[in-house]
Design a protein around this ligand. Structure first.
Ligand code: FAD
Ligand code: ATP
Length: 487
């Protein structure tokens, strides 16, 4: 009997270095590649009333599926697209075609692993196997020099151990041919409207704000294109370490995150391209630093594997139940909408809302401001990021928020970001703030981050009318000018 395998694409929307899919092609006579758009992704998050998957990531996902379908078609295959409950849909499909097994990549966070368990339960009585393949990290989970239960608590220790005792595996070659089971309806790719997004949400994507760092386009083809540009075309990799804390433009950082989140780019592929770049062009601190950041990404994934649901809980990885959090909805909304009256915070939040992206520097600052200056429940901030980010990834998002909130595995106790000194340091001339807050265009650079110190008369001189074209500050952050906190 020829062997039939259903390949369930998840966050591995690529053909390069896709070990799971390549293994399915090797093990089976015919495969059936499927993606199931889970209707649960579009529900609203209970606590704060925002949609789980924001419109930017949903759009990026649809583009990625279109690209993957195209790549499969050009190799004699196709991508079946279904909308519904993945476990139910896949089990039915596998039964219908008489599949021997379903292969898919292994995920680590609860909603995803719940689906794996549900699917496995449904397949058992049908005598169909479920084979889950680890493939989202730079270092393979089996190559770690320690058991996951003994994962070092501190990033630096983790990094040093993996760098010393593990190596990054070679990439799996891209399949040339896909021999696909015929006779199944391919299924149309839904539109954002089909998925329930409102006209207002869709217009945010369609308007594609020209102030965005990049016109992000989903899919493996665009992801590889971005990599080629960042490394080989523009040579920006060689200055990454100096530019990575930037705020404006496409070049200050790689912008790989959205492609990594859905698996359009494989971290191992990026790694080997960096190594090739080092051999052929230049090897320096910057080329290493991009690998260093990819190790952070791995770290948060392994943290999620080790700590399970603790990353999503208010007490965090540390299980700290002593901290008290405010649940002031109005204050939270002022933060979320970029209406705090603190220009550096507002500019970053407006960028996020308009484009789905924010720099790493921005994320650390708005996170710290919400949690440390406003004292608001950090899980609201994380949930809001989840609903807006084009590169949302459960491990990186919730892991980083654990850090920012001081409930993670940060060795530095009670890290505090002084927003004023951060803004002055990373946006010295106020160019970033003015980019997103044109109403502040006439404020001189030396006053722009300290608007809250100016009198109404002074503000009006610069065309700023508090409470009218720009909000009054929601707090007076005395702490920012106190030398003790001024770092
Ligand atoms: C509060 C907060 C929430 C975040 N949420 C997410 C998220 O949902 N998804 C996400 O991909 N990143 C998240 N990050 C990490 C980081 O901000 C983004 O990965 C980065 O800004 C994306 O831009 P880039 O690809 O140009 O990064 P680069 O600076 O070019 O870095 C290259 C890659 O390294 C990885 N990386 C870099 N920094 C981190 C980090 N701190 N943690 C984990 N991986 C990292 C990313 O995969 C990134 O694409 C978050 C950071 C903070 C502080
Ligand atoms: N890209 C990042 N990925 C993961 N964690 C980060 C990243 N950037 C910062 N952090 C975490 O936040 C901390 C503070 O960041 P920051 O870059 O300000 O470091 P710093 O030691 O305070 O000084 P500097 O700004 O000179 O790098 C880092 O030490 C690290 O723990």
């Amino acid at each position: 009997m020829p062997k039939k395998i259903v390949y369930w694409f998840r966050n591995d929307l690529r053909l390069h270095d896709n070990e799971g899919f390549s293994r399915a092609l090797t093990d089976a006579e015919t495969v059936l590649p499927v993606f199931v758009i889970d209707t649960d992704w579009f529900t609203e998050l209970g606590s704060i009333g925002f949609r789980k998957m924001g419109v930017f990531q949903a759009n990026f996902l649809l583009e990625s599926l279109a690209d993957l379908r195209q790549s499969l078609r050009s190799r004699g295959g196709d991508l079946l697209i279904r909308v519904g409950n993945p476990a139910l849909t896949l089990a039915r499909l596998a039964q219908e075609i008489g599949a021997d097994a379903i292969y898919a990549s292994k995920e680590v966070t609860q909603e995803e692993t719940d689906l794996e368990s549900e699917l496995s339960k449904r397949l058992k009585p049908l005598n169909i196997d479920l084979d889950l393949i680890w493939q989202s990290t730079l270092y393979h989970v089996r190559d770690l020099p320690f058991a996951v239960s003994k994962l070092p608590n501190v990033f630096t220790q983790f990094r040093k151990e993996v760098e010393k005792y593990a190596s990054v595996r070679e990439i799996t070659p891209t399949p040339k041919q896909v021999s696909m089971l015929s006779g199944q309806e391919a299924g149309a790719l839904p539109t954002l409207t089909d998925l329930g997004y409102t006209a207002e949400e869709i217009s945010r994507v369609e308007q594609s704000d020209t102030r965005a760092v990049l016109p992000f386009h989903g899919g493996e083809t665009a992801g590889i294109g971005r990599l080629e540009h960042y490394l080989w075309g523009s040579d920006q990799l060689k200055t990454y370490k100096e530019t990575r804390n930037g705020l404006l433009g496409e070049g200050y950082s790689s912008k790989f995150s959205a492609w990594l989140a859905l698996g359009c780019l494989s971290p191992r592929f990026i790694y080997h391209e960096i190594r090739r770049y080092e051999a052929e062009r230049v090897e320096n601190d910057s080329t290493y630093w991009l690998i260093f950041e990819l190790i952070w990404r791995d770290f948060f994934r392994f943290v999620a594997l080790r700590f399970g649901n603790r990353i999503f809980k208010i007490s965090g990885i540390r299980n700290d139940i002593t901290k008290r959090w405010r649940r002031d909805h109005d204050l939270f909304l002022r933060w979320a909408m970029g209406e705090t009256g603190i220009p550096f915070i507002d500019a970053n939040m407006r960028e996020l809302n308009a484009t789905g992206f924010m720099s790493n520097r921005g994320r650390q600052n708005v996170g710290s401001f919400l949690v440390k200056d406003l004292g608001i429940d950090w899980t609201w901030g994380a949930a809001y990021f989840e609903s807006q980010l084009i590169d949302y990834d459960p491990c990186s998002n919730w892991g980083n928020w654990n850090y920012v909130a001081g409930v993670g595995n940060d060795p530095r106790e009670d890290r505090y970001f002084n927003i004023l000194s951060q803004a002055t340091r990373y946006d010295e001339q106020g160019a970033y703030v003015k980019h997103w807050l044109p109403e502040l265009a006439d404020v001189p650079a030396n006053r722009i981050h300290k608007l809250y110190e100016l009198s109404n008369a002074e503000l009006e001189r610069y065309g700023v009318y508090p409470g009218d074209n720009y909000p009054m500050p929601i707090i007076r952050p005395e702490r920012w000018t106190d030398a003790k906190f001024n770092r």
